[in-house]
Every structure is written in C-alpha cells, then in structure tokens.
Design a protein around this ligand. Structure first.
Ligand SMILES: Cc1cc2nc3c(=O)[nH]c(=O)nc-3n(C[C@H](O)[C@H](O)[C@H](O)COP(=O)(O)O)c2cc1C
Length: 225
C-alpha cells in the first residue's frame, strides 16, 4: 500500500443522528437505497447530457450521492452481483472513490464506495480537492465541486482471465461507468465532466491509492446553475 492504510472497520453506522465529525478512518456509512425506477427517460438524458465545469453552491444530498454511486458501480442484480455498468467476464476491476465536502451526515474526506452492501468507507479524512486539482493541471472544476468522484482500475483483476487484453477492457469499463454517471446526473439536475488529463502519481498520492489502483477518470459533481 502507498502511505496510509485504512484501519480496522469498527461498525456500519446508520445515517440518522450521526455526527460526521466523529468518524474515524475505516468507518462504514450505510447509504440510502438508490431509486430503481422513475426519473427522466434515457432518451431525454442522452439528449440533454453535456460536460459541465461550473456548479451551483448548494451541497449534494446523501440520497443524490447514493444514486450517483449506484449509477457508477451499483449492484443491480444481487443474485449474481452484476452491476449497472457491464464488466468483462464480470471481473469488476473498477474502484470508485468520492471526495466529499459540506455534507452534514459525513465528515469531509475521501470515501471508497463498496457496491456489496451499498456503503461508503472513510479512507482519508479532510478536504483533498486542492491536491487533486493540482494533480489535474489546476482544472478548477475539481476545486469548485462539492463532491468529486474518482474511478480507478485494478488491471490484474481482469488480467487473471484475459491476459494482455485486460488493460483495454478496464479502460473501456471506466467509460461505461463515466457515461452512467453523466446520464444519472443529467436526470437529477447534477452536472459533471469526465477528466482524463492528470498526473497519475499525483492523483494516487492525493487519494492514498494502492499501487494496483490506476486512476482513470475524475468526475467533479455539482448542481446545474
Ligand atoms: C477520455 C476523455 C478525457 C477528457 N478529459 C477532460 C479533461 O481533462 N478536462 C475537461 O474539462 N474535459 C475533459 N473531457 C470532456 C470533453 O472535453 C467533452 O466531452 C467534449 O468537449 C465534448 O463535450 P460534451 O461532453 O458536452 O459533449 C474528456 C472527455 C473524454 C472522453
């Protein structure tokens, strides 16, 4: 592991009544269930989707965050663990981290999304948007967004099955997840842009990623103005 390693998990906290500032690294947060139906049509979301790089000042709600994470990598078929985005051989090489600020139920910090159980796990306390923006050549959409998603790929997970083709497969999967977030965000009135221009080593340092985790996309998320 690079740098700090998540401590032992103590318990899964319910959302209501929890004081975010008391959370320690390793704390798990149960997310509200994501809506599984309704909302804008896919056709309309496809028509309205645009890359958005400037956001309204209001924070996102935990319900909205839960929906966006589910769109990225949520489990939509619990019997087999299949997810909202397709995965080569169901090897599921993607990891999703979320930089969160200003959400009453959560301490500011970097959280890992755990699709099994639809939970967040606090990895790095504190606001890491500054170092992440620096790592992305100063792109101001990152520092301006109340929530920033980072999608990373673990190529060996897919390489065990597909060998040298794994790298391309994992990169394709990040595209699927990114487009899901775009479309779900459009339906919720939340804007984003997929950012691919960054220095991998500096993103990894900002998020304390494991050596096996290759950052692929940064998605700032905020309300449409
Ligand atoms: C692989 C990839 C990397 C991208 N990297 C960046 C980026 O670093 N910064 C940025 O502002 N937009 C980035 N974009 C978004 C494109 O600029 C955007 O999709 C394009 O201008 C078309 O606009 P639209 O998404 O609204 O259709 C990236 C898009 C892709 C597919």
């Amino acid at each position: 592991m690079r740098g700090w390693v998540a401590g032992a998990v103590m318990m899964v906290l319910p959302i209501a009544g929890h004081a975010g500032s008391a959370m320690e690294p390793g704390t798990r947060i149960a997310l509200p269930e994501a809506a599984q139906s309704g909302g804008m049509s896919v056709t309309q979301a496809l028509r309205e989707r645009r890359s958005v790089r400037s956001y309204g000042p209001e924070p996102l709600s935990l319900q909205e965050i839960a929906q966006l994470l589910w769109a990225a990598q949520g489990i939509s078929e619990p019997a087999q663990g299949f997810r909202t985005a397709p995965s080569a051989g169901a090897t599921f090489p993607l990891e999703v981290d979320l930089l969160v600020t200003g959400i009453p139920e959560l301490r500011d910090g970097v959280y890992r999304y755990r699709p099994e159980g639809h939970r967040l796990e606090l990895r790095v306390p504190g606001d890491r948007r500054g170092p992440l923006q620096d790592a992305a050549h100063g792109q101001s959409s990152i520092g301006q967004a109340p929530v920033v998603m980072v999608i990373s790929g673990v190529i060996p997970r897919t390489a065990r099955r597909y060998g040298a083709r794994a790298e391309r497969y994992v990169h394709m999967e990040a595209g699927h997840a990114g487009q899901n977030v775009y479309l779900q965000g459009t339906a919720l009135g939340i804007g984003t842009v997929v950012i691919g221009a960054f220095r991998d080593d500096r993103v990894a340092a900002a998020l304390n990623l494991d050596r096996s985790e290759e950052p692929l996309y940064i998605l700032p998320l905020g309300r449409l103005r």
